[in-house]
Design a protein around this ligand. Sequence first.
Ligand SMILES: [Zn+2]
Length: 412
Amino acid sequence: MITCPRCRFCKTPLQHTLVDLGMSPLCESYVSADQLNRMEPFYPLRVHVCECCFLAQLEAYVSPEDIFTEYAYFSSYADSWLRHAKSYTDMMAERFGIGPGSFVIELASNDGYLLQYFVEKGVPVLGIEPARNVARVAIERGIPTLVEFFGEQLAEKLAADGKKADFIVGNNVLAQVPGLNDFVRGIKVLLKSRGVATLEFPHLVRLMDENQFDTIYHEHFSYFSFFAAEKILAAHGLTIFDVEELATHGGSLRIYAKHPEDATKPITARVGELRAREENAGLTRMRTYLAFSEKVQETKRKLLEFLIKVKREGKAVCGYGAPGKGNTLLNYCGIRTDFLDYTVDRNPYKQGKFTPGTHIPIFSPDRIRETQPDYLFILPWNFKDEIMEQMSYIRDWGGKFIVPIPEVRVYA
Ligand SMILES: [Zn+2]
């Protein structure tokens, strides 16, 4: 008997599919040369949507311990990401008066790319990061970091040690916790009575409007509308008092949360506006979600049509980047070395390895200049402007850029 999975937040049985991307390996499990002939685990990449709270979600087929204890993503390798982190810390320090007398905690602090800017301002910080290898980099950089998963238990321990936070940062982590309720309860416990927590996560509305199905991968357990996020935080005693829409990751939300008793932070008009906009866009009706699947399938057909055409013309196509999202796209569309000769990545951790499932070799970006491909297929399309600028020299030999999402487009 097949048992129906239940909603991670409200426990309603999940009976509706947002999109089914088939079977896929874990998108960060890059394959080394000596592993090429071995079996690779594939897991379903099927997103459910809850009919009660409209939280879109994957089942947690793999434990976070399997995914996050050795992680290939080092935030510091993307220039625009660092700029985003820097301007964020400047803004927050000014708006909420964060200074040497404050205490800032970041959940999933990665290699310390963000906390370093608070440290520069003399603010005491603590990072919490479960991936040992990236946490080590942060510690070497002088950023105090606990190598642990965050949840209510750890929050209670820190609170008992007098380490409650004035300011909690959770950028791109909420989507990645299978124990969503435990995580949000932890924030409630850890936040001082007049504290602020900001959380950033990709906005489900943008994912659906702009066809960003490749931002779906096993490490991303949940996909939030503002509606769902507000409901979840409220259930754990946190009030969203402001929200911003950001360009990062193809369109993210940054929500600002406080304790409901804290009257010093009025709720901004943006909160009501976004709530109304989502309702008008149909985000509180199931049929809006059920229409997404066909759109994704059509994107795949168009992309393959294009690649088949240029390969028949005898053109050489290479990838740029080997991000997690690239692996969802490559596996779902069935793009291997029959379409992409190789891909490149600036992260030395990935160089010399192969993409999971599709086994496309990953080289250093220098290889592009040596082989002069006709097309450069940009996998991390959220950085496309930065990449096209960095790689503009491919135009010297008539090279063009391919951007696959929202639908395939060529930039000469
Ligand atoms: Zn639910």
